[in-house]
Design a protein around this ligand. Structure first.
Ligand SMILES: [Zn+2]
Length: 443
């Protein structure tokens, strides 16, 4: 990252840019750019966090997997809770999962476990399957050494960092994603920053928690000090502009968001959950449909998340005329560049899994280009242009003078900032999508 001075210089330019680009948008027809996502790979849809009877889920893994295929998912992840009682069951389940992979060649089934992080929250420990017999042994070894429930004496942040450094040495490296970060108020900015800086394996946190059918959305009752309810179904760390996530991005830290079902028990069976993919989807840009390519896409932040199938496509790119970057990537350029942002979304015409056809009301561009993270621009139907079935929006930051980042979100509501979700709210009425950031770095 550049110094704060450079960012402050950029801020002056940024304000001008907003005015200029608004005028430009009115004046000119937006060309149709070919984005990277139409060339170098495919978007796949999946879930990185669900449970079965090997811990506290209601169903055997075979049953869950049959239902996961109902909602158009390309991949799911079986992540039962770490701990003494569960460890042998998780181990046994690996054999079943291997058989299920052969029976369901179109559905990629990751396994792993939900790590009880020392002094922290739960985390998805996602394993990239390889041909090595050592995979399972090394995951079991990690769990034995670092799952907090098995090592109650080592309940410290230092132990969590040691675990991340240990995981960094594993081959293949796992992916670690912090689950429901604001549920119990366990995290400060410095603790998440320390995770992000402890190597490559901790890549981000849930932007939106699972358990969206719980009357306290996300099962976030906010009963503990420092905990929070959800905002538009998203965790406050992600939903609050200038909140914890933006603080890290503003420092140039690559920290990404995801979303998942945290499926245990369906709401029609008395549980808190929608089936994987029924309400929440995570779209991942992958070079091909394989375990490794999906994992690489997640780790690189080439991910957007959406609830209620509000959108089913997001091409979000930034270009300086010489190069182009998508979500998770860094656009390298020079001071004085004009950086053009293109947001192309598709709002599907069909019914979602609540038999609604929610309409996208707004798309927001969020950036720290002018100093502090803020909503730079709100696009509505008055601003976006139709290109076939897609809605296209552009915005240009002229004559940039420092490093910054960009991210977008949108909703079927007109709320500028999502309000705190009240008890009993229907998740289907308050839908949002969130992108991951694009970073801009200039010499
Ligand atoms: Zn879970």
């Amino acid at each position: 990252m550049k110094t704060k001075l450079a960012i402050r210089l950029a801020s002056v330019v940024g304000v001008l840019a907003i005015v200029l680009s608004s005028t430009m948008l009115l004046a000119a027809d937006t060309p149709t750019p070919t984005t990277q996502s139409e060339a170098g790979g495919i978007w796949l849809v999946g879930d990185h966090h669900m449970h079965t009877r090997s811990s506290d889920g209601s169903h055997y893994v075979t049953y869950d997997i049959e239902h996961s295929t109902d909602y158009g998912l390309d991949f799911i992840t079986v992540t039962n809770h770490g701990g003494q009682a569960n460890q042998p069951l998780i181990d046994e389940e690996y054999d079943i999962i291997e058989a299920l992979r052969k029976q369901n060649p179109d559905l990629l089934i990751f396994h792993g476990f939900e790590w009880n992080v020392p002094s922290g929250e739960h985390a998805t420990f996602l394993v990239i399957p390889s041909a090595s017999e050592n995979d399972r042994a090394q995951v079991n070894e990690f769990m034995s050494l670092y799952d907090q429930s098995l090592n109650p004496e080592a309940n410290t942040e230092e132990k969590a960092i040691e675990a991340l450094e240990y995981a960094e040495q594993m081959n293949p490296q796992p992916i670690i994603i912090i689950n429901h970060p604001s549920r119990k108020g366990k995290y400060s900015t410095s603790e998440i920053r320390a995770y992000a800086e402890a190597g490559d394996v901790a890549i981000g946190f849930e932007g939106a928690p699972g358990h969206q059918a719980n009357p306290d959305r996300g099962s976030y009752p906010a009963e503990e000090p420092g905990s929070s309810r959800t905002y538009g179904g998203y965790d406050k760390m992600t939903a609050e502009v200038g909140g914890l996530w933006d603080t890290l991005l503003d420092e140039g830290i690559r920290w990404f968001i995801t979303a998942n079902s945290d499926f245990h028990t369906h709401f029609t069976e008395g549980g808190d959950d929608f089936w994987p993919g029924q309400y929440t989807k995570m779209y991942v840009f992958a070079s091909e449909k394989s375990y490794r390519a999906i994992a690489e896409g997640i780790a690189a932040g080439k991910v957007f998340t959406v609830s209620g199938d509000l959108i089913d496509k997001l091409d979000f790119t930034a270009s300086n005329g010489n190069a182009q970057a998508m979500m998770g990537e860094t656009l390298l350029g020079r001071s004085g560049d004009d950086v053009k942002v293109t947001i192309r979304v598709h709002d599907p015409n069909g019914l979602n899994n609540n038999y609604d056809n929610p309409a996208l009301k707004q798309v927001q561009l969020i950036s720290n280009a002018s100093g502090d993270p803020e909503i730079v621009r709100v696009f509505t139907s008055a601003d976006w242009q139709r290109d076939g079935e897609d809605l296209v929006m552009t915005h240009t930051f002229n004559d940039v003078g420092g490093d910054f980042y960009l991210r977008v979100r949108g909703s079927n509501t007109e709320e500028l900032n999502p309000s705190e979700d009240p008890y009993g709210e229907s998740a289907w009425n308050d839908l949002w999508f969130y992108s991951n950031p694009i970073f801009i770095e200039v010499d």
